[in-house]
Write a protein that binds this ligand. Sequence first.
Ligand code: YNC
Ligand code: MG
Length: 364
Amino acid sequence: EHPFWDTQPVPSMSSEYDQDAGPLDELKTVDDVRPEPYPLPGQFEWCTCNVDDDAEMQEVYSLLTENYVEDDDSMFRFDYSIHFLRWALKPPEFLRNWHLGVRVKGGGKLVGFITGIPAKMRVYDKSIPMVEINFLCVHKKLRSKRLAPVLIKEITRRVNRENVWQAVYTAGVVLPRPVSQCRYWHRSLNPKKLIEVGFSHLGQRMTMARTIKLYKVPDTPQLAGMREMRKEDVPRVHGLVSNYLQKFSLHPEFTPDEVEHWMLPKEGVVSCWVRENEKGEDLMLDALSVAKQQAHAPVEKMFPGESGFDVFNALDIMDNESFLKDLKFGIGDGYLRPGTCRQYYLYNWKCPKIEPRKSPWAQG
Ligand code: YNC
Ligand code: MG
């Protein structure tokens, strides 16, 4: 059923979830790993994509924006900007060698892509240096030709050559074998537009006017002291986040540099708000306000003429269930939405199954 995945160190679909933890493959050293790249079909060649080069990033952007993850009806497709992709691919200690592309021979068109970034992951009681795999993409005209397994094998080889033997990744498809399964929830911020473009539908016995009213959020954050995170907040945010993450069975272990990279606001890419002195409640309502009202500038920059975000997505991971319903998030109900379910995977690591609320890893 899975001619490729059945050859890989992942648990099979039919096996019980493991009670103990550890690698599935025999232990190897870097010298056991073949030094030369895997062969590609004749008309193609490997390339390393230089994310600092504007022309090369434009090629990556075009490949992904035209060929990356979409819903079943091909109505919606992810459209990550060049700034976003650079941020996603250049965390502290990133390796250029792990930004892998496939081109038509002779430096021709970019037709395949897969990336890895280093991430220290905690799985139950073990800290493991891993690679986080993302952005696997094969051009639509080259689908079903078994190029994906070659991309996966070559990135694995490059990762193993750096003495890293485990990977973490997520996908919308079910493969051998998820360590955790989470669901997307969506919170309409701009219901009129979402309904007009077919992302959502007018509820039964609802008018547009009532729907707009239902999803209205405060114009400004309601909590005193809410402000955008600044660089000098990094040590305290690192402390708070690291401490909070302890209670989950699968989570990244960030260095302060990584907290700075992933959380410090970057216009059009990531926004992060902090509140001093107070703990806890009602933070998520303000997150909605901020997404709807405060994000004009970055959204305008990405999509001229737009103001604020249209929809706020969340997974049912961590403590999110505590606010999803109260704040009128709707569960992804399977129609017209990319990645309603999200499967989480570990490569070359067996362990007991992880419930969504024990998983705070939200890549993808
Ligand atoms: C997928 N998403 O099952 P079997 S998520 C992994 N992840 O193998 P072909 C996938 N494997 O079943 P196509 C996969 N999708 O025969 C398919 N597969 O054993 C498996 N879509 O290959 C599939 N991006 O080349 C089958 O299929 C084999 O031409 C078939 O190419 C697949 O980034 C794909 O959804 C996904 O661009 C490239 O459909 C293509 O269809 C496409 O004939 C749109 O492949 C974009 C899209 C996936 C987003 C993501 C995470 C990827 C994780 C990859 C696995 C990493 C393993 C760890 C490596 C490092 C290890 C260390 C240390
Ligand atoms: Mg293919």
